[in-house]
Write a protein that binds this ligand. Structure first.
Ligand SMILES: *[C@@H]1O[C@H](CO)[C@@H](O)[C@H](O)[C@H]1NC(C)=O
Ligand SMILES: *[C@@H]1O[C@H](CO)[C@@H](O)[C@H](O)[C@H]1NC(C)=O
Ligand SMILES: *[C@@H]1O[C@H](CO)[C@@H](O)[C@H](O)[C@H]1NC(C)=O
Ligand SMILES: *[C@@H]1O[C@H](CO)[C@@H](O)[C@H](O)[C@H]1NC(C)=O
Ligand SMILES: *[C@@H]1O[C@H](CO)[C@@H](O)[C@H](O)[C@H]1NC(C)=O
Ligand SMILES: *[C@@H]1O[C@H](CO)[C@@H](O)[C@H](O)[C@H]1NC(C)=O
Ligand SMILES: *[C@@H]1O[C@H](CO)[C@@H](O)[C@H](O)[C@H]1NC(C)=O
Ligand SMILES: *[C@@H]1O[C@H](CO)[C@@H](O)[C@H](O)[C@H]1NC(C)=O
Ligand SMILES: *[C@@H]1O[C@H](CO)[C@@H](O)[C@H](O)[C@H]1NC(C)=O
Ligand SMILES: *[C@@H]1O[C@H](CO)[C@@H](O)[C@H](O)[C@H]1NC(C)=O
Length: 389
């Protein structure tokens, strides 16, 4: 009888383990998610039943199967949380992000908290804020109302490689490095589009991608400290009210740059003094709608990887050098709305094997519109050229 009881209880224990022990989802993570749900319910003005509907308080429900949650199939630990747009109409207008809510998720790799009306963050010393998120690589806080006071909350996220702070209120005396971003030594990609940033990047030397479009540089970018960011591969600084020349801004230091977008600013000075020819790895350059003047520099032919060159709506002048034809990697060339003069001989492009689109329309003294799909070795294409005296 005793043996039977023992056998039975062993069997019962095995069944118990199978029912509860091998759930995809850890109990502390299940509870953590329910806590986040109750926070959302407590701040939303309307009871948004359609949000987190699968997040039910039922021990038999596997939280790895819940909406907006992804687990590692092998470990059953939560690795991705898409908590974007959880808050819409809320009772308070602006909300505080309580970082302690994420304490249970210490295997988390991706956290999306964008579009949630967060204005500031709070570190609970007991839980030590994000300190548990040792493995977090990707954090999206875009479309909130954070200012620089957020940054001390993030400075322990040492595994972070990508941080999206787009469309917040970062700026006004912001010195990002001092506020703790410099401690994120693995950070490679930083999105700060559509903020109020004007300075402070000197120490973020590991950055490879920096999006500073739609900020308020209001003057010259030297205060940004970009010249030290020698690992940058991609730089967006479009629509940022830059209104000086690039000659002494240190752009020539950014030798790794592949994508450069400085469009829609007031940058003046000649293209040849901008340092652009030093950036030998450039693949895409967009300088449209600035005040660049002078001639198209011959040294552009040294940019042997350049595929896309957009220089439209500037004050460039002189003859178009036939050396454009030597830019063998070029696929897209837009020179519209400049002050070029003379007749540009399209035959100089005849050796181009890759050029697919060329725009020259709207220059004062030449008006040429060309669109063609170049087929190498086919030299008898008739271009739809439209010269105007
Ligand atoms: C959250 O972001 C992801 C990725 O951008 C998107 O697919 C999803 O629709 C968003 N969810 C909500 C509720 O907006
Ligand atoms: C923040 O979250 C933690 C963990 O859930 C909780 O203990 C703490 O009370 C919360 N703080 C506030 C102010 O809600
Ligand atoms: C951030 O905004 C808060 C109000 O939400 C304000 O009290 C604080 O001074 C601001 N901090 C910075 C660095 O701009
Ligand atoms: C920035 O780097 C310089 C030189 O490496 C160092 O002296 C300074 O303390 C750093 N500043 C911050 C805020 O980390
Ligand atoms: C950066 O890390 C160092 C060393 O861990 C620490 O002393 C310093 O306070 C941190 N800086 C910021 C701004 O958090
Ligand atoms: C940034 O570059 C300047 C000039 O090259 C240099 O004096 C300074 O120490 C650099 N700062 C950092 C943090 O590397
Ligand atoms: C350039 O921007 C600065 C700061 O906004 C302003 O003071 C200056 O007048 C501007 N210069 C021109 C030529 O627009
Ligand atoms: C660029 O514009 C500024 C402000 O108008 C002016 O001071 C400066 O001399 C200009 N630089 C060049 C190279 O034209
Ligand atoms: C191209 O680069 C080489 C080496 O850097 C330089 O000697 C040459 O003058 C450059 N060509 C032009 C047209 O600038
Ligand atoms: C095209 O290339 C050939 C051989 O490299 C050269 O002889 C010819 O002058 C070039 N034509 C033009 C228009 O550049």
């Amino acid at each position: 009888m005793g043996r039977l009881l023992m056998k039975l209880s062993l069997w019962f224990a095995i069944v118990l383990i199978q029912t509860y022990g091998y759930k995809g989802c850890l109990e502390k993570e299940r509870i953590g998610l329910l806590e986040f749900k109750s926070f959302i319910k407590s701040v939303n003005l309307y009871d948004k039943e359609e949000i987190f509907i699968s997040w039910v308080d039922d021990k038999t429900s596997d939280c790895c199967g819940w909406e907006r949650v992804k687990c590692n199939a092998a470990t059953g630990r939560v690795i991705e949380l898409s908590l974007n747009s959880s808050v819409q109409f809320n009772k308070f207008g602006y909300l505080t992000l309580n970082l302690s809510l994420f304490h249970p998720f210490d295997e988390l790799l991706i956290l999306d908290l964008s579009s949630n009306f967060f204005q500031d963050c709070q570190e609970n010393k007991v839980y030590d804020g994000f300190r548990s998120l040792k493995r977090l690589k990707f954090l999206d806080l875009a479309f909130n109302f954070f200012n620089a006071s957020l940054l001390p909350c993030l400075n322990t996220l040492t595994s972070l490689t990508t941080l999206n702070l787009g469309s917040n209120s970062m700026g006004e005396g912001l010195t990002l490095a001092k506020k703790g971003l410099a401690n994120l030594t693995n950070l490679k990609t930083l999105y700060l589009r559509h903020n109020l940033v004007s300075q402070g990047f000197t120490n973020l030397t590991g950055l490879e991608v920096l999006d500073l479009g739609e900020n308020e540089i209001n003057g010259c970018p030297s205060s940004l400290g970009l010249a030290n960011l020698t690992n940058l591969k991609t730089l967006y600084l479009d629509y940022s009210q830059i209104n000086c020349s690039l000659a002494s801004q240190g752009f020539a230091n950014l030798k790794s740059l592949e994508i450069l977008d400085l469009g829609f600013n007031g940058i003046n000075g000649s293209l040849s003094s901008s340092g652009i020819c030093e950036l030998k790895n450039l693949v895409e350059v967009d300088l449209r709608r600035n005040n660049f003047d002078g001639q198209l520099p011959k040294c552009l032919t040294n940019l042997t990887y350049l595929k896309v060159l957009v220089l439209s709506s500037n004050q460039l002048n002189g003859y178009l050098p036939p050396s454009i034809g030597d830019m063998k990697s070029l696929e897209y060339l837009d020179l519209r709305e400049n002050n070029f003069e003379g007749l540009f001989s399209l035959s100089s492009l005849a050796n181009q094997s890759k050029l697919e689109e060329v725009y020259l329309l709207g220059s004062t003294n030449i008006q040429v519109y060309v669109y063609f799909f170049w087929q190498a070795m086919t030299y008898d294409i008739i271009f739809p050229i439209n010269y105007v005296d």
